[in-house]
Design a protein around this ligand. Sequence first.
Ligand code: PMV
Length: 350
Amino acid sequence: MSVMSRTLDSDRSPGAPNDRVAAAQAQPNIALIKYWGKRDVALNLPVVGSLSITLDTLWTRTEVRFSDALDADSIVLNGKSDPKQLKRTSACLDLLRARAGIRTRAAVVSTNNFPTGAGLASSASGFAAMVLAGDAALGLNLTPAEQSVLARRCSGSAARSIFGGYVEWAHGSRADGEDSVATPLLPADAWPLSVAVAITSTAEKAIGSTEGMNRTADTSPYQDAWIDSQEADLAEARAAIAERDFERLADISEHSCLKMHALALAAKPGLLYWNAATVAAMHVVRSLRAQGVPVFFTIDAGPQLKAVCLPSAASRVAAALREVPGVLNVVETGLGGPAHLIPTAAAAAA
Ligand code: PMV
């Protein structure tokens, strides 16, 4: 990887000669069997395993430049310096620096081609891309499993965006979290599905997932039931994927989504991530499915609805969602591959 990063450096002009720079792209993932709750907040260890699909056309492109000329880390997100993101960025860079045994500061430039912080898993793709780029820039030669562990420490669900297609992230049992790692279950092209993301708000969410998870664990009466029932849901989803049984995957995925939201709604004060358009879109998906259209919904800690369907139904599903009052935009995507290195010029131009 270090060789590749050096080759890719040649197409980039600014920076000092000894800078170590690389760039990577990662796509967001959407959990079908949800992660909600941490068994260790500092290490970002989940109380439950989870299972996701990695998307295709939505991406984060990130360049990481370690330079002796810098006296502080910096992050430019979507073209603007973003001090709010600096603490988490530096914490992630610290993990990479610790692996390399260096203290060199870094400049991070990251671009998303979709709204940031609105339930579209921008932190998953963002930190997966940062870990890959940082690994290559520093020549750490991490394995994908090691990248997944590092990405998890930066943002839980980023562990899954290292891989493409269908991915499972284990809760693990070790106190140091080294067994809480994602693994690929099936590549995207082994069972292509389509996803229509109905964007119902581009505002940043009021309550982030860490705060929401902690409040839920402290106050929701359903927390134990959530943890106790997760293994059965994971087994059901794994079986559905192995058999390419869409109906079975649809049933268990909607169940997991609604159960996660029921758990969070029962926190004090209750966490209500949906708006009116989210609920209207849920009804539209359910009525399509009742008419025999192979589609189901899932929703994360934000107001966007993701409709997952067989590719043959994609245009009908997207058209129906566009008609829903309050749906601002519908983004259509397929399932995508793993996080990967890109030329630094591509990240700069993003
Ligand atoms: O990784 P985080 O801290 O953004 O949490 C993600 C939580 C959900 O998106 C709601 C569920 C999931 O498994 O991705």
